[in-house]
Design a protein around this ligand. Structure first.
Ligand code: SF4
Length: 84
């Protein structure tokens, strides 16, 4: 079975933290309330909950696919900030 990774599109996310409340095992929030997604593959036992969380995002900002994740947050989109 292939590994699956959770992703957030920071251009769509509105930062109301629903995903972090539903899935604290893989999602934390930054100082502004925007999600920080674990870059690790989704553990098999969390698969159903992850799919429910993706489906519950009202902004359709979450996705699940086979591409390895990386840490990302709204910080990366702010002018004058760097991600490195
Ligand atoms: S549920 Fe969706 S819109 Fe809300 S914080 Fe999570 S990714 Fe952003």
């Amino acid at each position: 079975m292939s590994r699956r990774y959770l992703h957030v599109d920071p251009t769509l996310c509105v930062g109301h933290r629903l995903c972090a409340e539903m899935l604290p095992e893989l999602v934390t929030v930054d100082d502004f309330g925007y999600p920080i997604i674990s870059p690790e593959p989704v553990p098999r036992h969390l698969g159903r909950l992850v799919r429910r969380t993706v489906g519950a995002c009202p902004a359709l900002a979450l996705s699940l696919d086979g591409t390895p994740g990386r840490r990302a947050s709204r910080d990366e989109l702010r002018p004058g900030t760097t991600s490195g």
